[in-house]
Design a binder for this molecule. Structure first.
Ligand code: SF4
Length: 197
């Protein structure tokens, strides 16, 4: 059995896995430090699990036939070596699988793609702003490589960008979208950065 560290769990979502009724598993841990992170409690990789992975599997067993899929979100799910096995276990129960990722581990993403039905890939911004947004040197090249891998795959996907004028300009956002479209991205979601707090 997988030893995935679970930082949170939502039993039903209609918006995180397009066209599916799904549960969301929030995976503990992320090496990046985006100032606007919406789940900062999920950043410490060593934090105590909110619930055991087996409890998630037990819940999913009872939801067979009622839910279509399971979303692995975070934190950064690809941080955890246990993710591939967790995906296999969820698929073995008959569920489709989705991943939310910032694309920081392209090699791991490549290995996961055969186990996925849908991917939501964060594009943090234009390459020259990545290091400032993520507080992590070299983060842009990893995300760009993950985008290439996703576009070359047959896995359904969308790109998502969180935007605030304090991060980069509106004109840069427009150019980012045009560049993604040019590379073959067909769905790009822009979400407003929440600044309260
Ligand atoms: S990559 Fe996502 S989970 Fe990690 S710090 Fe940034 S917003 Fe938070």
């Amino acid at each position: 059995m997988s030893s995935l560290r679970v930082g949170g769990f939502v039993p039903l979502t209609t918006i995180d896995f397009p066209g599916r009724l799904a549960a969301v598993v929030f995976c503990q841990g992320c090496p990046w430090r985006c100032s606007y992170c919406h789940n900062p409690q999920l950043i410490p990789a060593g934090a105590e699990a909110e619930r055991p992975w087996q409890a998630v599997l037990d819940f999913l067993e009872r939801r067979r036939g009622l839910l279509d899929g399971v979303v692995f979100s975070g934190g950064e799910p690809t941080l955890q070596a246990a993710l591939p096995q967790a995906l296999r276990e969820v698929r073995a129960l008959g569920f489709e699988t989705a991943l939310h990722t910032a694309g920081m581990y392209p090699d791991r993403l490549a290995a996961l793609l055969p186990l996925l039905d849908w991917v939501g890939l964060d594009i943090k911004g234009p390459a020259e702003h990545y290091d400032a947004i993520t507080a992590t040197p070299g983060s842009a090249s990893a995300a760009q490589r993950s985008l290439e891998l996703l576009l070359a795959s047959s896995v359904d996907h969308e790109c998502r960008t969180t935007w605030h004028a304090g991060l980069f300009g509106r004109d840069e956002l427009d150019r980012l979208g045009a560049g993604l479209a040019q590379r073959g991205v067909r769905r790009w979601k822009v979400q407003a950065c929440r600044v309260e707090g």
